[in-house]
Write a protein that binds this ligand. Structure first.
Ligand code: ATR
Length: 295
């Protein structure tokens, strides 16, 4: 008898995630008898939920908001990336031990490399403005430090930007004050939007003050629901290379799949399943916004 292996997303809330559809498609394509489900785990239940992963048929789990940092003490070992970010988005069971990894950094890195290659943006001395200083911003800033960008971080709450910069301890990362934002954005090779502004159900509008906007280069907005935020629309209209958060989501999911199964992830199957879960094609994996050239 084949025992169905198990995988889960531990999040709170967990209902709107695209990961179950994306991972189910990948598992089916690879012929792996495993089930991936979203589990709504309240903060007080996190320890028990993680403890349950220590035996078969569990292969591991994904971890999302608000548990990425809180899960660390419940694990036996961490990858260097998870330790550097102080956050885990992937748990892999090894016997009865649980190993924590973070695939957000490689997921974002792969997405930004593709966009910059497509935009011909490979000059040295590149600058980037990162908007936001939450959990997503940490993975983004670390990936950009690794690519030798000079990074400016702007956040509504400056103290949080200062904490991020202090934690990552990289000389190439600075906090931007509001008075510096307009000129930094105008001259940046890349702008990355990591806040919840513009997200369906989140604060409306753009995280940039009126009149402030990038003039050249590329813009990534990590929001993918809706597929085009006001910031991305304005950047595309100005002729800039743009990308939403869906490729990062797919690439982090692909890296998690590979950590659990040891098999190469079927990227296009995962990207198309994610788009299907979001309502159909053209939402950032395929079509003008995505990796396909514009029709
Ligand atoms: P995540 O893990 O997805 O990054 P988070 O840690 O809650 O989520 O961070 C949310 C980010 O969105 C923060 O940078 C937050 O700014 P504050 O630190 O000032 O709260 C930003 N954000 C949320 N709502 C915002 C708004 N209305 N305007 C500007 N920034 C906002």
């Amino acid at each position: 008898m084949v025992t169905t292996a198990r995988l889960a997303l531990l999040a709170h809330p967990a209902g709107h995630s695209v990961s179950p559809a994306m991972q189910a498609a990948a598992l089916a394509h690879a012929g792996i008898a495993a089930r991936y489900e979203a589990l709504d785990v309240a903060p007080a239940e996190l320890g028990a939920a993680v403890a349950a992963l220590r035996s078969a048929p569990w292969l591991g789990a994904n971890v999302s908001v608000p548990h990425k940092a809180a899960v660390v003490p419940w694990l036996d070992s961490l990858s260097p990336t998870a330790r550097r970010l102080g956050a885990v988005n992937t748990i892999v069971r090894r016997g009865d031990r649980l190993h924590g990894d973070n695939t957000d950094l490689t997921g974002f890195g792969r997405s930004v490399d593709e966009l910059l290659d497509a935009a011909g943006e490979r000059s040295s001395g590149r600058t980037v403005v990162v908007l936001g200083a939450g959990g997503a911003a940490r993975a983004v800033v670390a990936a950009l430090v690794d690519r030798d960008f000079a990074v400016g971080v702007y956040n509504r709450t400056a103290a949080r930007a200062r904490a991020l910069v202090a934690d990552l301890a990289a000389a190439s990362v600075l906090v931007l004050e509001e008075s510096e934002l307009a000129s930094a954005v105008a001259s940046a090779h890349l702008v990355v939007q990591t806040t919840s502004v513009g997200m369906t159900g989140g604060p409306a509008g753009s995280p940039l003050p009126p009149g402030v906007g990038p003039r050249a280069g590329a813009v990534i907005d990590l929001v993918y629901r809706p597929p085009v935020t006001p910031l991305l629309r304005a950047a595309a209209a100005a002729g800039l290379a743009v990308r939403n958060g869906l490729p990062m989501l797919v690439y982090q999911g692909a890296a998690s799949f590979e950590a659990w199964t040891g098999q190469a992830a079927p990227l296009d199957v995962m990207g198309r399943a994610a788009e299907e879960a979001l309502g159909g094609p053209g939402r950032g994996w395929t079509g003008p916004l995505g990796r396909d050239p514009p029709a």
